[in-house]
Design a protein around this ligand. Structure first.
Ligand SMILES: NC(=O)C1=CN([C@@H]2O[C@H](COP(=O)(O)OP(=O)(O)OC[C@H]3O[C@@H](n4cnc5c(N)ncnc54)[C@H](O)[C@@H]3O)[C@@H](O)[C@H]2O)C=CC1
Ligand SMILES: O=C(CO)COP(=O)(O)O
Length: 332
């Protein structure tokens, strides 16, 4: 039976998920931070700036009013950029009933606290049931019903099953997983590696370089995951290697595209302006860099990404410095 679902965030991913959920027979109320974005979606049945060419069904309405969006919601989908997860939760937590299922679809880590999105949600609203939805899923493809597989992760199996049910369709396969920390770390760290893969492409390096970055990127992700209590197997699944592959290789990826521009010599600010949608890997590089230092985890690619993005290091020199690190055994 169709459910009443609220989506908080009406950018490219929120809009694509609204199309999927409406197609699955649910009634969707979407909220945008921007009044003009909400009005634009209602008027044109399309998010022209962020997901052009994808038609939004009539059973989706978009509003700038939080209470209107949350009215009768049986599940709340959080899909704002990660830097606004806490402020958005603070705005809505008073209106959330106990045991409401809240689904994080955002990929990032909080600056300074290093918390994942589900941890922020739980900190702000301890009585909700939280699930993370993550995996290789570009909005541009999900919005066009291109077959996609993804993971609904939660320590609350019933909540994960509920999320699996509402999203699952012949074109959108949802697995469940109890390792929410692993799933969220995979989704966050792959954006750092995708930025680097883009920089490598922008510098004119090749497929070998990218394969090396992706494989050693998974190693970094797994090292951090181990310290955080994630299950190693999660990183060889959809939310780990799966999302890393799609983000490092697709021209849909905002992170990869920003990286390409930086590799071609644009400044970070110029690259972000040109992409004009959230590039989560930038803030996540900062969070992961400090997190790795604090926890004494070796993350050489992340360290070089930090130097390039925030200390003006020449990207080509960063690659040389990665290549010329101490000689090592592979699997340590
Ligand atoms: N675009 C994609 O294909 C996918 C994106 N994601 C994740 O979803 C999250 C959102 O990404 P996109 O939809 O691509 O971003 P976007 O840049 O397309 O849209 C962001 C939306 O967030 C909202 N917003 C903007 N400023 C805000 C503020 N100050 N407070 C609250 N909300 C605000 C607005 O509705 C805005 O349209 C990110 O964490 C991203 O990693 C995950 C999977 C796929
Ligand atoms: O997470 C994503 C695909 O799974 C989207 O990646 P980008 O934010 O780089 O576009």
């Amino acid at each position: 039976m169709g459910k009443n679902i609220c989506i908080m965030g009406a950018g490219s991913w929120g809009t694509a998920l609204s199309v999927l959920l409406a197609t699955n027979g649910h009634k969707v109320r979407m909220w945008s931070f921007f009044k003009e974005e909400a009005e634009g979606i209602n008027t044109h049945r399309e998010n022209i700036a962020k997901l052009p060419g994808v038609w939004v069904p009539d059973t989706v309405t978009c509003t700038n009013d939080v209470n209107e969006a949350l009215q009768d919601a049986e599940a709340v989908i959080m899909v704002v950029p990660s830097e606004f997860m806490r402020s958005t939760m603070k705005t809505i937590k008073g209106a959330l009933k106990d045991n409401t299922i809240v689904v994080s679809c955002s990929k990032g880590l909080e600056d300074e606290t290093f918390l994942t999105m589900s941890q922020i949600i739980k900190e702000e609203a301890p009585n909700v049931r939280v699930v993370a939805l993550s995996g290789p899923s570009h909005a541009e493809e999900v919005g066009r019903s291109i077959p996609t597989a993804i993971v609904a992760a939660s320590v609350d199996n019933e909540a994960a099953l509920f999320v699996q049910d509402i999203f699952m369709s012949p074109m959108f396969r949802v697995y469940t997983n109890s390792d929410i920390i692993g799933v969220e770390l995979g989704g966050a760290i792959k954006n750092v590696i995708a930025l680097c893969a883009g920089i490598s492409d922008g510098l004119g390096f090749g497929d070998n370089t990218k394969a090396a970055l992706m494989t050693r990127g998974i190693t970094e992700m797994s090292r951090l995951g181990e310290i955080m209590g994630a299950k190693p197997k999660t990183f060889s699944g959809l939310a780990g290697i799966g999302d890393l592959i799609v983000t490092c290789t697709s021209m849909h990826s905002r992170n990869r595209r920003a990286g390409i521009l930086i590799g071609k010599g644009k400044s970070l600010e110029e690259a972000l302006k040109e992409v004009a949608m959230v590039v989560e890997g930038v803030n996540t590089t900062k969070a992961a860099y400090h997190m790795a230092k604090k926890m004494n985890v070796e993350m050489p690619i992340t360290n070089q990404a930090y130097e390039v993005l925030f200390n003006g290091k020449d990207a080509r020199q960063a690659v040389v410095d990665l290549m010329m690190r101490d000689k090592k055994l592979e699997n340590v």
